[in-house]
Design a protein around this ligand. Structure first.
Ligand SMILES: [Zn+2]
Ligand SMILES: [Zn+2]
Length: 260
């Protein structure tokens, strides 16, 4: 038997949203909105990426020692990783300043990890690391907007705004469009021996969920602070932020299932 908690996520766009494939031809950034089966959707990975960034930011703001410009040794298990196989120069700088771990979380540790086993960070505990599932299932968010209701526009390169006319046309979702989906948190999975908020029993080589052994975080705090508050805190989706695209307002509501 699996015990789950479900939450309805409603995303309302505050600005026009670009629709597109995975890459934006101008900025090279990911588009947060796409069309699936004639309906406009925010793909799960877009929302997951935004949630992850919020969780990371929260942990850094909470635990990073600004005065000494380092991560306190006793709080090391709470330091988020950068979940990428190779780091950009900017990301390397963040690791150098100890805002982030240098290694992306993974399971199990291999020979190349050396003598020290790696831990799983809180963000990867919730959202998954390489080789290990997380406890959250982040949904695709569907809108009532059909592909036919999109309007075409173009981006003014110089001003970074939506221009009135001319070539380079892109489809745009009007602002105040509403997208909905259901987030699932796995609370208890008896078969796989998983209990949310507890360190997992992992048989292969790893330092595991050590952040949960510090005794600072219980299940309710994790759901409230690291999941629900972080979701509601997302103000932007996608990579078009600096150009006035992607502003959102998110509400999250617990779905209670009648006992029967
Ligand atoms: Zn991680
Ligand atoms: Zn390792």
């Amino acid at each position: 038997m699996i015990e789950e908690e479900k939450y309805e996520i409603v995303v309302k766009t505050k600005e026009p949203f670009r629709v597109g494939g995975t890459k934006d031809p101008l900025s090279g950034a990911e588009n947060p909105v796409t069309v699936v089966g004639g309906r406009v959707v925010i793909p799960g990975p877009s929302l997951k990426g935004a949630l992850r960034a919020e969780v990371e930011r929260y942990l850094v703001e909470m635990y990073y020692d600004k005065a000494n410009e380092g991560w306190p040794a006793e709080k090391r298990p709470l330091q988020p990783c950068i979940p990428a196989p190779s780091l950009s120069p900017d990301e390397k700088e963040l690791v150098k300043k100890q805002r982030y771990r240098g290694d992306a979380c993974h399971y199990p540790c291999k020979q190349k990890c050396g003598n020290e086993d790696h831990m799983i960070c809180p963000a990867c505990y919730l959202l998954g690391a390489q080789g290990l599932n997380g406890f959250l299932r982040v949904p695709f968010l569907y809108s009532e907007v059909s592909a036919g209701e999109l309007y075409s526009t173009r981006i003014d390169r110089a001003k970074g705004v939506v221009a009135e006319s001319a070539n380079r046309r892109f489809q745009v979702v009007p602002d105040s469009s509403v997208f909905k989906g259901v987030l699932t948190i796995v609370k208890n999975d008896f078969v796989r021996g998983l209990e949310f908020g507890k360190p997992r029993v992992l048989r292969e080589r790893t330092a595991g969920d050590r952040w949960l052994e510090l005794g600072e975080w219980n299940t309710k705090q994790i759901i409230d602070k690291l999941v629900l508050e972080r979701l509601k805190n997302i103000k932007l989706l996608g990579g078009f932020k600096s150009k006035g695209f992607g502003g959102v307002e998110i509400t999250v509501t617990r779905i209670t299932v009648p006992q029967g």
